[in-house]
Design a protein around this ligand. Structure first.
Ligand SMILES: [Zn+2]
Ligand SMILES: [Zn+2]
Length: 338
């Protein structure tokens, strides 16, 4: 695929900054959209020039997980996973970061990672569906099953958090409390549907959520950031029968303590949500429908765009926490959106 747009996800930063262990060199970028350059043997449902979304979710379609619709935990083996299509000038293999390597002019990916897009969708906006929005909205609709009237708390209001807030609004949640230490992100959360916003550095979260929900605390609390402080004590803000949904990924050695007896007594659950428990073939068309109907705002989530040469600038923006999503345009000289 020729990459027209690839957003910078916080996971990319986690590798670059050493939060998650990896080896270098590595080509990152996994939230991509573009057009088919050529297809491999056996792929007869896509043609050169087709607009497509690429995600890191790679499925074999045959393993137990795939047969049960649990695409995000596919255990299949892929030639692309054992032998990267990338190599340096000396022929040494370079790993495809998170299965895509989208900070490049072209990518080679498995058919299962590709979703055909409608012709009229802006690829700079659509690329957000490859990871951030897919993950946030999927956590709400697939993992937690938020329904009308629920009280929702979203901790962390970056691209994933805003995706969760929008999905909670679409699902009819009665209360959506957005929590972020950055004022600009709290303002964004309001624009995208939060009914209340809190600053965790000054607000007593339990008291504020109690006041916002009228007493029952959160039916669903989504922690979309990997920040350790966001997870400490989060289960205390979950109502009986409610669930804590862990979406963001902290450092591998970080742990939290919970009292199992108390979980049982209050019938609370802790749920992990990998990529929003998403299935590309189901969730991407649904999100496109929401976008086209005006329910899901992707336009307002693209804070900035940059050419590939300014990747470091884009990473600095993500590191600062001031952007919702910054998008790399690998095949653009200027990088600025018209
Ligand atoms: Zn991501
Ligand atoms: Zn599989």
């Amino acid at each position: 695929m020729v990459v027209e747009a690839c957003a910078v996800c916080h996971s990319d930063l986690s590798y670059v900054d050493g939060t998650w262990p990896t080896t270098f060199p590595l080509v990152l970028g996994h939230e991509a959209a573009g057009r088919i350059a050529e297809t491999g043997s056996g792929v007869d449902d896509l043609a050169t020039g087709d607009p497509v979304l690429v995600s890191l979710i790679r499925t074999c379609g045959e393993c137990r997980a795939c047969r049960r619709g649990h695409d995000v935990v596919c255990s299949g083996e892929f030639a692309l996973s054992t032998c990267s299509p990338l190599s340096d000038a000396d022929g040494n293999r370079i790993p495809q970061g998170l299965n895509v390597a989208g900070f490049a002019t072209q990518v080679v990916v498995h058919r299962s990672q590709v979703t055909l897009l409608p012709d009229d969708v802006d690829l700079v906006e659509a690329c957000l569906l490859g990871c951030g929005v897919l993950t946030g909205s999927g956590a709400v609709t697939n993992t937690a099953g938020v329904s009308e009237g629920d009280a929702v708390v979203v901790v962390g209001c970056g691209g994933v958090g805003i995706g969760a807030i929008q999905a909670a609004r679409i699902a009819g949640a009665a209360t959506i409390v957005a929590v972020d230490p950055i004022a600009g992100k709290r303002e964004a959360a309001k624009r995208f549907g939060a009914t209340h916003v809190l600053d965790p550095t000054v607000d007593d979260l339990a008291a504020a959520v109690t006041a916002a929900t009228g007493g029952p605390l959160a039916d669903h609390l989504f922690v979309t950031t990997g920040a350790h402080a966001a997870l400490a004590g989060a289960i205390d803000i979950v109502a009986p029968m409610g669930n804590l949904v862990i979406v963001g990924m902290p450092a591998d050695d970080f742990t939290i303590q919970v009292a199992p007896s108390w979980l049982a007594a209050a019938n609370k659950s802790i749920l992990g949500s990998k990529l929003g428990t998403s299935r590309l073939a189901v969730d991407v068309p649904a999100l496109i429908d929401h976008h086209r109907a005006g329910r899901l705002d992707l336009t307002g989530m693209v804070t900035s765009t940059h050419p590939l040469a300014d990747l470091a600038v884009a990473f600095d923006e993500v590191r600062s926490g001031e952007v919702l999503r910054t998008v790399i345009l690998p095949n653009s000289c200027a990088g600025a959106r018209a």
